[in-house]
Design a protein around this ligand. Structure first.
Ligand SMILES: C[S@@+](CC[C@H](N)C(=O)[O-])C[C@H]1O[C@@H](n2cnc3c(N)ncnc32)[C@H](O)[C@@H]1O
Length: 236
C-alpha cells in the first residue's frame, strides 16, 4: 500500500484537489439523507469529510496515518481519531452513517469484510454504509493508457458484486448508487509513467516504459467517473 505518511501535505493536490472533493461530497450528501452522526473511515486529510459537516450533522474522521490526520485535525475541528477501520473506537449503534471513500480498494479481502462488520456494529438499525466501489474500473475508459495499465487493476478488493455479498452477509440491504467525476484526474502518459516508476515494482516499471512511448504524452485522458453505493443496516 502507498505510504500515506510520506507526503500528506501534497496528497490533496495530487488527487484532484477541491474539485474532486466537492464532487464526492455532493454525491455523498445525497446518499447521507438526514444522517446526523457520521464517521468517515479512511478519511485521510479530511478534504471530503469536512464538506459533509453541517448544523445538523456531526462528522468524525478515522484514519491510521498520523501524517494524514495532522492535515485533517484542523479541518475537522479535532473530530479525528487514529484508528483502523477494522477496529473503530465507537460504541455499538452510535452512528447513523459510515462512509468510506477510496478506501476499501486498498485493503485485502479479509480486512474489507472486517471493516464492513465494524460498520454494521457501530451503525444504528436503519443506518447507512456508503462506499466507493470498483475504483480501478473508473480508469478503464477505453483509452490507450487504460489498455496499457490493465494489469495494474486486478484483482480489485472493492468489486461491487463482492461488496454486495459482504454487506448482505453482514446484515445490510442495498439502498442507492450515485457517480461522481474525478475532475482534473484524467491521466497523462508521462506524469503517470513518473508516478509508476516511483513504485519500484517491476510490473509498474515495465508499464511506465511503454507509457513513455504513447502519443500526446502530456495530454490527460478523460476524467474518471467513480461510483458510490449505499446500504442500509436491516433490523435483525
Ligand atoms: C486513498 S486515501 C483516501 C482518503 C480520503 N477518503 C479521500 O477520499 O480523500 C486512503 C486513506 O485510507 C487510510 N487507511 C489505510 N488503511 C487504513 C485502515 N486500515 N484504517 C483506516 N484508515 C486506513 C490511509 O491512511 C489514507 O488516508
Amino acid at each position: 500500500m502507498h505510504d500515506y505518511d510520506l507526503q500528506p501535505a501534497d496528497y490533496d493536490d495530487a488527487h484532484g484537489g477541491a474539485s474532486r472533493a466537492e464532487a464526492a461530497a455532493a454525491a455523498l450528501r445525497i446518499l447521507l439523507g438526514d444522517a446526523s452522526t457520521v464517521v468517515d473511515v479512511g478519511g485521510g486529510t479530511g478534504i471530503v469529510s469536512h464538506l459533509l459537516r453541517g448544523p445538523h450533522r456531526n462528522v468524525f474522521l478515522a484514519d491510521v496515518s498520523p501524517g494524514m490526520l495532522s492535515q485533517a485535525y484542523r479541518r475537522m475541528s479535532g473530530r479525528t481519531v487514529r484508528a483502523s477501520g477494522t477496529a473503530l473506537p465507537f460504541r455499538g449503534e452510535s452512528m447513523e452513517a459510515v462512509v468510506c471513500v477510496w478506501f476499501l480498494h486498498l485493503l485485502p479481502t479479509e480486512a474489507v469484510r472486517t471493516v464492513i462488520a465494524e460498520a454494521v456494529r457501530v451503525l444504528r438499525v436503519g443506518g447507512r454504509f456508503i462506499t466507493t466501489v470498483d475504483k480501478a474500473a473508473a480508469h478503464d475508459d477505453g483509452s490507450d493508457i487504460a489498455e496499457l495499465t490493465a494489469d495494474l487493476r486486478s484483482p480489485p478488493t472493492d468489486a461491487s458484486p463482492d461488496i454486495y455479498d459482504y454487506t448482505r452477509a453482514a446484515g445490510m440491504t442495498p439502498l442507492d448508487s450515485i457517480a461522481f467525476t474525478g475532475h482534473g484526474q484524467g491521466l497523462a502518459p508521462w506524469p503517470y509513467a513518473d508516478e509508476l516508476s516511483r513504485r519500484r515494482d517491476p510490473t509498474a516499471t515495465g508499464i511506465a516504459r511503454r507509457l513513455r512511448e504513447l502519443p500526446f504524452p502530456n495530454t490527460p485522458r478523460p476524467d474518471p467517473v467513480y461510483r458510490l453505493r449505499s446500504y442500509r443496516k436491516a433490523s435483525q
